[in-house]
Design a protein around this ligand. Structure first.
Ligand SMILES: Nc1nc2c(ncn2[C@@H]2O[C@H](COP(=O)(O)OP(=O)(O)OP(=O)(O)O)[C@@H](O)[C@H]2O)c(=O)[nH]1
Ligand SMILES: [Mg+2]
Length: 408
């Protein structure tokens, strides 16, 4: 099973409570407060790993719950911290936050109402109808005080502007983009564990030598997230089913996807690594399942897998030049471009190279001539992936294209 999108619930550990204890020992009467601090709760941490290519682990375990911190103990012993939960995800995983983050103190609640009342009492000049502190204009300080209370001034109009600017990090369906894990070993703290509470020995003063209270621990962060995998490859192979994409991937790399003479043989994206023996350069090539007309309306396998070519630097449109099943290569070409554009207009702004496959078939030459006439000014590389014809030229083409796009 290939899973490239999965919703998870993550919850970091609650901090352990501080302890109320008093020291007891022979010949030390009234030994004083000795309650230890609670340990901090474990965090939920995501770590990118290049050995994985799939979010299948999160499909089976979608609740990521880190350990709680342990409570403090007597004799001044602090509670152990909860273990962090490290979750390995494939490189190329995007994390979207589905539920808005709750920031304690900033979320309106009963405490906020109390603050307003205090503000009213402190400032007599304020009108009784408006419990809200008057906002300043222009470039006054953004931190405002009223008695001992302090408030941040937030200009909501500015916030709206900022949201508009960061629209690429927001998606109405997926929420807010929090991180893109691309390099092996990269870590991201998805949910921070709660702080442990202080034990009563921290509150002893000269006037209050036997405090009978301690802090409770703080709750850890939690929320629902969407993990989305977008494979990382330099070159993306796009084409109609049966065009020979898997055959081409087999010819240029050690990948061994299934090849057969029926459409939709490949059901999940496949990655192959092309090696250049001269200078050990390596390129990752991604073969996505075939696209057909109407894919944007979920015909065939739909657009589901096109996200995996969104990170590609170069796209290769592979056309079946033999016109198998009475298809016309020029129609396929236009249809593929329109399907790519319907999915994401940014895809057709990438460098796109056209490769004509199955040139060993007798009909292919004629079709190629017609194609060049119907789609002028588009260079076409003729190959026959099944017979290793033109493979070296293809490898050189994709390398040059990737280097060109890197230089840009
Ligand atoms: N004559 C000829 N047949 C080829 C060539 N390349 C691939 N084929 C045949 O075309 C058929 C489809 O090849 P695949 O590589 O499975 O095609 P695909 O594009 O991966 O197809 P899907 O996975 O279904 O999207 C197979 O029967 C191959 O043997 C070629 O260069 N010449
Ligand atoms: Mg295939």
């Amino acid at each position: 099973m290939f899973i490239d999108e999965i919703k998870v619930f993550a919850s970091a550990g609650h901090g352990g409570a501080g302890c109320v204890a008093f020291h007891r020992e022979a010949y030390r009467p009234k030994g004083g407060p000795s309650g230890g601090n609670g340990g901090r709760g474990g965090s939920v941490i995501l770590q990118a790993d290049h050995d994985l290519n799939n979010l299948i682990q999160q499909y089976y375990v979608p609740r990521l719950i880190a350990e709680k911190g342990h409570a403090g103990m007597g004799k001044g012993m602090d509670g152990p911290a909860g273990k962090d939960l490290i979750i390995k995800v494939p490189c190329g995983t995007l994390v979207w936050r589905l539920t808005p983050k709750v920031i304690p103190g900033l979320t309106p609640g009963p405490e906020a109402a109390e603050v307003d009342e205090a503000a009213e009492e402190g400032e007599e000049e304020e009108s009784p109808e408006s419990p809200i502190m008057p906002i300043s204009t222009g470039k006054r300080p953004v931190i405002r005080r009223s008695g001992s209370e302090m408030a941040y001034e937030i200009n909501l109009e500015d916030e709206d502007d900022a949201e508009g600017a960061s629209s690429s990090t927001r998606d109405p369906r997926k929420g807010e983009l929090v991180v893109d894990l691309t390099t092996h070993g990269q870590q991201f703290v998805l949910c921070q564990g709660g702080r442990g509470g202080l034990g009563n020995r921290n509150f002893a003063t000269a006037r209050r030598q036997a405090p009978r209270f301690a802090q409770p621990g703080e709750p850890g962060d939690e929320g629902e997230f969407l993990l989305e995998l977008r494979l990382i490859a330099e070159v993306g192979l796009v084409g109609y089913p049966n065009a020979g994409k898997s055959t081409l991937l087999t010819a240029i790399s050690h990948a061994r996807p299934k090849i057969a003479a029926y459409p939709f043989t490949t059901l999940t994206p496949q990655i192959g690594i092309v090696e250049y023996t001269k200078d050990y350069r390596r390129l990752a090539v991604c073969d996505v399942p075939g696209l057909i007309e109407g894919a944007h309306n979920n015909v065939g396998l739909g657009h589901a897998f096109l996200r995996h070519i969104q990170r590609c630097k170069v796209l290769v449109l592979l056309l079946d030049m033999a016109g198998t099943d009475n298809r016309k290569p020029w129609d396929d070409y236009r249809q593929l471009l329109s399907e790519l554009e319907l999915y994401d207009p940014a895809l057709i702004r990438k460098p796109i190279y056209v490769v004509a496959n199955k040139m060993d078939e007798p009909a292919a030459e004629g079709f190629l001539k017609q194609f060049k006439r119907k789609v002028p000014k588009t260079p076409v590389l003729p190959i026959a992936a099944g017979f290793d014809m033109g493979i070296d030229k293809f490898k050189a083409l994709i390398r040059e294209a990737v280097e060109e796009s890197d230089a840009r």
